[in-house]
Ligand binder design. Structure first.
Ligand SMILES: Nc1ncnc2c1ncn2[C@@H]1O[C@H](COP(=O)(O)OP(=O)(O)OP(=O)(O)O)[C@@H](O)[C@H]1O
Ligand SMILES: [Mg+2]
Length: 407
């Protein structure tokens, strides 16, 4: 997709597969020009359990995006769920190569390669390497050393690893859907591109992606990702509670939730009624939205409390200064931010992409992948620094897998 400077970000979620196509303009800004959404039935708790259904959903989402863009999409960057992801800190050291001792992008690439050298169990692969800071001749805290003069270049990096089998299944699905893989992006990093300001990441913030089958909890502090965790509970569980509570099929419960769901009973006026669609052999029923909210509230509180538990486990017991930012489909519901404020005892807000056509928290991951790739230079477009991201290496690695498969 090099000619028009297009990037396709693919969010393969538990409830939907979303393909987002962004056009990178000459000044480096991003325009979202294609969106494809398809219900996904091949995943459970963020993990692929049915390859064929996942492939079908990818194909449908991509076809829809292709129709909007008016050209074919040969490849995409894929979002990776955090459940099988591990974070490891490592250092890399190299001698600056040039005679004039000016640090080049090549040196940075080499030092990042050096940081990748860690002992990994055989079931783990490196997904990405994030430089936290560079150190030139002992001076630390450097964000971008290119152009500086020095002899010894070090990097303090965070290495993101994932389970080989999960990644391979994902690669296989995307490949069978007729797409090449340009790279993999951790969902939480993608969400952060869209949902968090630089100040929030610097001060310390919790980012919750409340999806259908999973809730991703990510902590950012001092400008970097600090921890990720995934709770295997999401909006589908709320639907399930409604189906049980109102004795109605799941599809009816889901539709009812989307239309009338509120997470905080006090936000619903007392005494109002809405109609619950009739099902085979039964009359339509009148239900109080407050009754619905009373079913939804405990599950949302449970998800938030589990997220708070994950934070304590990650060593973030105190409320973080920039509070909580919520995204993902469940965050669309009124009252979720209020509940988050109560549970975390910190300010909470809902965040979503600002582009027309994708202005909903459900698009944060897909749009975020496009932004992440644009910013880190995994995409070789104009006006961008190449080589800072681990994505080009990843491309090579994905190619190696494919070659490996045929050996
Ligand atoms: N307006 C709404 N009100 C209530 N719930 C909603 C609304 N819109 C979406 N949801 C819920 O959000 C969930 C889907 O969110 P999202 O699209 O972010 O999930 P996903 O990315 O497919 O899943 P996951 O991230 O868990 O793999 C579903 O449970 C859906 O019912
Ligand atoms: Mg999601």
């Amino acid at each position: 997709m090099a000619r028009r400077n297009l990037i396709c970000g693919m969010d393969i979620g538990t409830s939907h597969v979303r393909a987002i196509v962004g056009e990178i303009l000459n000044d480096g800004s991003v325009n979202i020009i294609g969106v494809g959404t398809s219900p996904s039935e091949g995943l459970k708790k963020g993990v692929i359990v049915d390859l064929d259904k996942t492939v079908e959903a990818i194909v449908r989402a991509v076809e829809e995006a292709e129709r909007m863009v008016g050209s074919s999409i040969p490849s995409a960057y894929i979002g990776i769920v955090g459940s099988h992801v591990g974070l490891v800190n490592n250092r890399g050291v190299v001698a600056v190569s040039g005679e004039d001792k000016e640090i080049t992008e090549e040196d940075v690439e080499r030092v990042l390669q050096a940081a990748r050298v860690i002992a990994l169990p055989p079931d783990r692969e490196i997904i990405d390497v994030l430089p936290r800071e560079f150190i030139v001749d002992g001076y630390d805290g450097i964000r971008d050393p290119v152009g500086m003069v020095g002899v010894r270049l070090e990097v303090d990096a965070m290495i993101i690893t994932g389970m080989v089998t999960s990644i391979r299944n994902l690669v296989r699905c995307v490949n069978r859907a007729g797409l090449e893989i340009d790279g993999l992006v951790l969902n939480s990093l993608a969400n952060a591109e869209v949902c968090l300001s630089r100040d929030e990441k610097e001060l310390g913030v919790v980012l919750l992606d409340m999806g259908g089958g999973t809730t991703d909890v990510a902590v950012f502090q001092h400008g970097h990702l600090k921890s990720v965790a995934v709770i295997p509970v999401g909006g589908d569980h709320i639907t399930n509670d409604i189906a049980v509570g109102l004795r109605t099929p799941l599809q009816v419960a889901e539709k009812f939730k989307l239309e009338h769901g509120v997470a905080l009973p006090s936000l619903v006026p007392d005494g109002s009624y809405v109609e619950l669609q009739h099902i085979a052999g039964r009359e339509a029923r009148r239900v109080q939205p407050r009754e619905l909210a009373m079913i939804i509230e405990p599950r949302v509180v449970e998800i938030l409390q589990m997220a708070a538990g994950e934070l304590r486990r990650a060593g973030c017991g105190e409320p973080l200064p920039a509070g909580v930012v919520l995204t993902g489909g469940v965050a669309v519901m009124r009252g979720v931010a209020e509940l988050a404020e109560q549970v975390f005892n910190a300010p909470a807000r809902v965040s979503q992409p600002g582009y027309i056509g994708v202005r909903s928290p459900v698009y944060s991951t897909g749009v975020g992948i496009v932004h992440y790739v644009q910013r880190t230079g995994g995409f070789q477009g104009r006006g961008r620094k190449g080589g800072r991201s681990a994505l080009p290496d990843l491309l090579q690695r994905v190619k190696n897998w494919f070659t490996g498969m045929f050996e």
